[in-house]
Design a protein around this ligand. Structure first.
Ligand SMILES: Nc1ncnc2c1ncn2[C@@H]1O[C@H](COP(=O)(O)OP(=O)(O)OP(=O)(O)O)[C@@H](O)[C@H]1O
Length: 809
């Protein structure tokens, strides 16, 4: 597509965004909503609309050439993704469920279910810093080296047992005898053929030709008929058409150009900064100094004393030139000294404030009605929208056909950067000057000049610092050790889109009839894209969106828990660590060994971020009672240390712990839920998902889906089986020989049934048990409470819920 197309798409997205912002931030704040259903419906509609904008911005950012525009788009994209996460969180808080069904909204907005897929920006993998690239390269080298060593080990003859050697010799000997026998048979048949030459070869050939030609023609006509009736796709449409190939080539070309333009932009920025430093920095410092001196005297005239110079953390002299009177400023600085506050929108104090408010708010909410939680992304969205309107919306670009950067804009931007640099130097000088002036003027009055000692003390007493146990070791040696120990692993090449699953169309209808629907596999894919892929891929989203440090995937064997973990890593370029109890058993023994292992994993995970720490069989770590057979493995050894280390993960560390379990019952629910703040229940596939799974998985394994293969009855008969079971059944049926036979003997549904029958499906009881386990988790409990309250009366009273819940349980 042309650049004009992407520019137009960007304009559309911004237009929609400004409409949404007008709705979200009205001049008069919205009054609290008493009806929970209406409130959730409003949030869900906003959520769907933001996803549509997100989809557009992802496409625009991927293929727009102009480097400065791409920066603005990226900022908006991050903010939109963050807002989507906030809205999801809002729905979870108000509906007490991780899954939400929006078919009615899709219908109202005239959208297809595919439009609800969470888009994954290409920049997660493409726009990676040079250091990150180098580190990943180093890791790949280590993996290759380890593979080479392993393959060498497997070739060594020492490992071959006598039995294996005999088997090889035997099979070679049998092959030799077979070859001899075949040669003999060939000779015999050749001599027989010579004898038959006398027969009427011509009439025989005609007979065969007749039969063959009529067979071929019948097949051809049948196929043409099906194409004509629209039952089969014409093969010319199955392979990419020349236009499609041309579009893909153009896109690849655009991406190469993007890189060139970006380099040119970076060079230009450097040139402009140097030029500004040379030409304008001196004048800037003079103007600043005179302004600050003027402020000193104005303050003294107004208040009778020289002011306190704003500290560096408060922004230095930039604070002075915010539009305020000197008195206002003085009182503000005095207040600041008494109780240091943070001015940053996204600062931690604000976050904790938000959390406290959240807790208190739940009770107050019940009385006043429902309100949206405070947003960290709306200010960013507003700022992005303003930049678009002020700079880009009406920009005349008739001279910039190639869409290269604009130097004037760089100058405007960099002037602020250089000014900030100059301001730091000027502040230092002026602070000195002010101290001298105070000393000279106030000395006679016997006033001691104030120092910032108190503040500095405060800033020092920060959070507890982690001890670096491996300060003397390089990252490479740490990685090598972790790979050797099997704690750092290579990820499988699967993407989120490979996790198949169809949309469930009945969600809202069932909920309206008070039946809790089971989520579909496409819901699972969506939730994980939201909770894991977006925050791991985007630093901005990870820092400001509701922080998820650990999530737990619960589901029967074969529903794709591991596959999802690998897909998350692939989509975000994450490094995969494996701290599963079975994988760590016997490694790094003792208390110190354990501390060292965890320290190394978390240190490398932070340095190579984004990182995923996989804990398979997560229930083992929290066993109520360790089974006798496993006591030697000591599966609970990480139970204490791991949650503590999790506490040290902050917004800037893109590290996510993902636990998987198929047997959560054997774990202590409370401690499991304390560590894993998000719990995602993965169900067995429903009919429509099974239909898609059979079709795609058979094709993936080399099978051909023809009319002879009744996918519908196969999907119906495989109720209860997971995708893992299906893969097993398909692999056992589709042997190399069977694949070759397909042309004359097409696959049928019946062939897969015996293979399936050998496997145990997920029984209804097992699924019910998982559901009832989920009801014991914090969110499950809340949902039951809310449902019980709803049954009693509306709105639900805070008292009396517990009794009802108990009854239900
Ligand atoms: N939705 C899906 N789409 C395509 N393939 C799937 C899907 N779910 C699972 N699979 C395939 O099924 C097989 C089993 O999946 P996986 O090992 O991830 O399951 P699991 O839930 O981790 O099992 P377990 O609990 O036994 O470890 C894999 O080959 C995987 O590729």
């Amino acid at each position: 597509m042309s650049q004009r197309y992407y520019n137009q798409m960007w304009a559309d997205a911004q237009h929609e965004l400004s409409d949404l912002l007008a709705e979200e931030l009205p001049a008069e704040p919205l009054s609290p909503q008493k009806d929970r259903v209406v409130f959730v419906q409003r949030v869900a509609t906003l959520y769907v609309r933001y996803i549509q904008i997100c989809r557009k911005l992802v496409e625009v950012h991927d293929l727009l050439l102009h480097p400065q525009k791409r920066r603005v788009v990226r900022a908006s994209l991050d903010a939109v993704m963050g807002r989507v996460l906030e809205l999801k969180n809002e729905m979870v808080e108000k509906e007490f469920s991780e899954y939400h069904y929006m078919d009615d909204i899709l219908y109202a907005l005239k959208l297809t279910p595919a439009k609800l897929e969470i888009p994954i920006p290409h920049y997660f993998l493409n726009d990676v810093s040079k250091t990150a690239q180098d580190r990943k390269g180093m890791l790949m080298d280590i993996f290759k080296m380890m593979e080479a060593i392993k393959s060498l080990d497997s070739v060594t003859l020492e490992e071959m047992t006598q039995e294996e050697a005999i088997k090889i010799i035997q099979s070679a000997e049998r092959a030799r005898q077979g070859r001899l026998r075949a040669k003999l048979l060939q000779e015999i048949s050749r001599s027989k053929r010579k004898d038959a030459e006398t027969a009427d070869t011509i009439s025989a050939a005609i007979c065969i030709q007749k039969a063959w030609r009529s067979y071929i023609q019948r097949r051809k006509t049948q196929h043409e008929e099906r194409i004509f009736l629209g039952m089969v796709m014409d093969s010319k449409y199955l392979e990419p058409c020349p236009d499609e190939i041309a579009v893909l080539a153009a896109e690849a070309d655009t991406r190469i150009k993007q890189k060139e333009y970006e380099e040119a932009y970076q060079k230009s920025v450097q040139l402009v900064v140097n030029e500004l430093r040379e030409m304008e920095a001196y004048d800037m410092s003079l103007t600043l100094k005179s302004q600050i001196q003027q402020w000193f005297f104005e303050c003294r005239n107004a208040t009778g004393a020289f002011p306190e110079y704003p500290s560096e953390e408060d922004g230095g002299s930039s604070l002075i030139f915010e539009e305020k009177t000197p008195e206002q400023l003085k009182t503000e600085i005095d207040e600041n000294e008494e109780k240091p506050i943070s001015r940053n929108y996204s600062s931690k104090s604000k976050k904790t404030e938000g959390k406290e408010k959240l807790k208190k708010g739940v009770e107050a909410e019940e009385e006043a009605g429902l309100k949206m939680l405070p947003s960290a992304f709306l200010p960013d969205l507003e700022a992005g929208n303003k930049v678009y309107t002020d700079v880009w919306k009406n920009r005349d670009e008739s001279e910039n056909f190639s869409q290269k950067h604009e130097v004037e804009l760089i100058k405007e931007e960099m002037r602020k950067v250089v000014e900030a640099e100059v301001r730091v130097q000027v502040d230092e000088q002026m602070r000195q000057e002010l101290a001298e002036m105070k000393l000279a003027v106030d000395k006679d009055k016997g006033v001691k000049p104030k120092t910032n000692a108190k503040k500095k003390k405060g800033s020092k007493s920060g959070k507890k610092k982690e001890k670096d146990l491996t300060a003397d070791r390089s990252l490479e040696s740490l990685c090598q050790e972790l790979v050797e120990q099997g704690l750092l692993k290579q990820t499988n090449n699967v993407r989120m889109q490979d996790y198949l699953g169809e949309y469930s169309y009945l969600g809202t209808t069932l909920r309206q009839n008070d039946i809790e629907p089971m989520p579909s596999l496409s819901d699972v894919r969506q939730v994980l894209s939201l909770y894991a892929v977006l925050p791991l891929g985007s630093p901005a989203v990870h820092e400001k969106a509701p922080l998820i440090k650990a999530l737990l995937l619960v589901g029967p064997s074969g529903v794709g828990k591991k596959m999802l973990v690998h897909a998350i890593c692939q989509e975000t370029g994450s490094t995969l660590f494996d701290l599963s109890p079975l994988n760590t058993a016997g490694k790094y023994p003792g208390k110190d060994g354990l501390a060292m292992m965890l320290h190394m994993v978390f240190k490398v995970a932070r340095l190579l971020q984004p990182s995923v720490i996989l804990i398979e069989d997560a229930e083992k770590m929290f066993y109520k009672k360790t089974p006798a057979a496993e006591t030697e493995l000591d599966p609970k050894r990480l139970k204490k240390n791991l949650p503590e280390l999790l506490k040290l993960i902050k917004g800037e560390d893109r590290v996510l712990v993902i636990g998987t379990t198929k047997d959560p019952h054997s774990a202590d629910v409370e401690s499991l839920c304390k560590m894993y703040t998000k719990i995602i229940l993965i169900p067995r596939p429903d009919y429509s998902s099974r239909y898609v799974l059979w079709k795609k998985l058979i094709m993936k394994e080399g099978g051909e889906v023809t009319f002879a293969l009744d996918l519908s009855s196969l999907a119906k008969n495989s109720d209860g089986y997971t995708p893992g079971h299906m893969v097993q059944a398909i692999r056992s049926v589709l042997t190399k020989k069977r694949i070759l036979q397909q042309a004359r003997k097409p696959l049928t549904a019946r062939e897969f049934i015996p293979a399936l029958a050998k496997l145990d499906p997920v029984f209804q009881e097992e699924e019910e048990a998982l559901k009832s386990w989920y009801a014991k988790t914090p969110l499950g409990k809340k949902r039951i409470k809310a449902a019980a309250g709803k049954e009693e009366e509306l709105p639900p009273p805070p008292k009396g819920k517990t009794t009802k819940t108990k009854k239900k349980k």
